[in-house]
Design a protein around this ligand. Structure first.
Ligand code: EPS
Length: 366
C-alpha cells in the first residue's frame, strides 16, 4: 500500500539507492499556485547532511514537476514529482546485505516478499519521507490559502531532555526544532557525546495545527484523530502517537479533562481539538514518539540469511537521532490528513455552511 488519502491521494515510489524517488498526487484541486522552488524550504528542513547532527548523506533534494502544473498553477490533473538520488553509497551495505540488521525492517521485508533491496534500506528507508514532505508543501499551501490553517511542529523531547521553556520563534533557529533557545548549546553537547558513543536516542515531536475550522473528520471509521494517528504511525521509526493529552489522560479526572465551554470560548484543550473524531475549531495537537535509530556501529548479534549467528556492525551515514529532522515529516502527515479531510467535508457537507453558535477556540495551548 503506497497510496495515502481518499480525495487528496498521494502515491509515493522509489528506493533509497534507486535512481529516483517520487510521488503522484491525484485529486488536487485546480488553481493552487506552485513552483519547483516552493519545495526547497521544507525539503531543506527535513534533509540529511545540513548539520553535523544528522546523517552525512548529501542529497540536493531538488524537485522536478513532471505534470499537473501549468503556468505555475495546478490544473487538477495528476501531479507527478520526482527527486533524483545523487549520493547513495551502496558499498556501505555490501557487508550487511546477507544479514538482518536488528531493529530494521530487513527480516520482515524478507519474510513478506522473499526478495528485497538491501541498499540503504530500500523502500523502508526514511528517504521515502522526502516525497511526503514534498506533497505536503501543496497541502500546506492550499490549507493556508483557503482556511488560514497553519501546521507547525517542534521537537518536544530528545532522550531524557525536555524543553524548559516554550517559544515558537526559537524553533526554526536551531538544527533541532527546539522551542527553548537557551538550551540549544546543551543539546549540541548532548548530541556530540551521543554521536561519539556510537549509540542513538529516541525523540518526541509535537505538531500543532492552528485555524482548523470545526467539522473536519468523518465518524465513525474516518475519525480525524484516527487518521492522524495512522498517518503519524506510517512514518519510519514512529512507535507511539498521542492526541491532545494522550496517555496522560489515564491519570486525569473527568472534571479536569473535559474542556469546559464559556462565552469566551473553550477553557482548555485536553482533547487536542478533536471530539467524536471531528475538529472542534481549537488547535489540533498531536505528538509522535520516535524510536532510537537502529543503525549503530556498536556490534549486535543477529542471524545471516542461512540462519547462522553473526555480529552486525552498521557502517555508513546514519542519524544518531532520527527525530532531529522528523519535525517536517510529522507536519507533512498532519497537513495531508487535514487536506484530505477538508475535501471530504466539502464533498459531503459543503452545503451545510456555518452553523451557530460558533464557540471560540479559547487560549492557544502552544
Ligand atoms: C536511512 C539511512 C541513511 C540516511 C537515510 C535514511 O541512508 P544512507 O545509508 O544511504 O546514507 O541517510 O536518509 C536519507 C537519505 C534521507 O533523505 O532521509 C535509513 O536507513 O532510513
Amino acid at each position: 500500500m503506497n497510496t495515502f488519502g481518499e480525495l487528496f491521494r498521494v502515491t509515493t515510489f522509489g528506493e533509497s539507492h534507486g535512481p529516483a524517488i517520487g510521488c503522484v498526487i491525484d485529486g488536487c484541486p485546480p488553481g493552487v499556485t506552485i513552483a519547483p522552488e516552493d519545495f526547497a524550504e521544507d525539503l531543506g528542513r527535513r534533509a540529511t547532511g545540513r548539520t553535523r547532527h544528522t546523517s552525512q548523506r548529501h542529497e540536493a533534494d531538488v524537485v522536478e514537476i513532471l505534470s499537473g502544473v501549468y503556468e505555475g498553477r495546478t490544473t487538477g490533473t495528476p501531479i507527478a514529482l520526482v527527486i533524483r538520488n545523487t549520493d547513495a553509497k551502496s558499498k556501505d551495505y555490501e557487508d550487511i546485505a546477507q544479514t538482518f540488521r536488528p531493529g530494521h525492517a530487513d527480516y520482515t521485508y524478507w519474510q513478506k516478499y522473499g526478495h528485497r533491496d538491501p541498499r540503504g534500506g530500500g523502500r523502508s528507508s526514511a528517504r521515502e519521507t522526502t516525497m511526503r514532505v514534498a506533497a505536503a508543501v501543496i497541502a500546506k499551501r492550499w490549507l493556508n490559502d483557503k482556511f488560514g490553517v497553519r501546521v507547525r511542529g517542534h521537537l518536544a523531547q530528545i532522550g531524557e531532555v525536555v524543553p524548559r521553556s516554550f517559544d515558537w520563534n526559537a524553533v526554526e533557529g536551531n538544527p533541532f526544532f527546539w522551542p527553548d533557545a537557551a538550551q540549544v548549546a546543551e543539546l549540541e553537547t548532548y548530541m556530540d557525546a551521543l554521536r561519539k558513543s556510537g549509540d542513538s536516542v529516541g525523540a518526541r515531536i509535537t505538531v500543532v495545527a492552528d485555524g482548523v475550522p470545526p467539522g473536519w473528520g468523518e465518524p465513525i471509521y474516518g475519525k480525524l484523530d484516527g487518521e492522524l494517528a495512522g498517518a503519524l504511525m506510517s512514518i519510519n521509526a514512529v512507535k507511539g502517537v498521542e492526541v491532545g493529552d494522550g496517555f496522560a489522560v489515564v491519570a486525569q479526572r473527568g472534571s479536569e479533562h473535559r474542556d469546559e465551554i464559556a462565552p469566551e470560548g473553550f477553557q482548555s484543550n485536553h482533547a487536542g481539538g478533536i471530539l467524536g473524531g471531528i475538529s472542534t475549531g481549537q488547535q489540533v495537537i498531536v505528538s509522535a514518539a520516535f524510536k532510537p535509530t537502529s543503525s549503530l556501529r556498536l556490534p549486535a548479534r543477529s542471524l545471516d540469511m542461512d540462519g547462522q549467528p553473526v555480529e552486525v556492525v552498521v557502517k555508513g551515514r546514519h542519524d544518531p537521532c532520527v527525530g532531529v529532522r522528523a519535525t517536517p515529516i510529522c507536519e507533512a502527515m498532519v497537513a495531508l490528513v487535514l487536506m484530505d479531510q477538508a475535501l471530504r467535508h466539502r464533498a459531503q457537507c459543503g452545503d451545510v455552511g456555518d452553523v451557530s453558535p460558533r464557540i471560540k477556540p479559547g487560549k492557544a495551548k502552544r
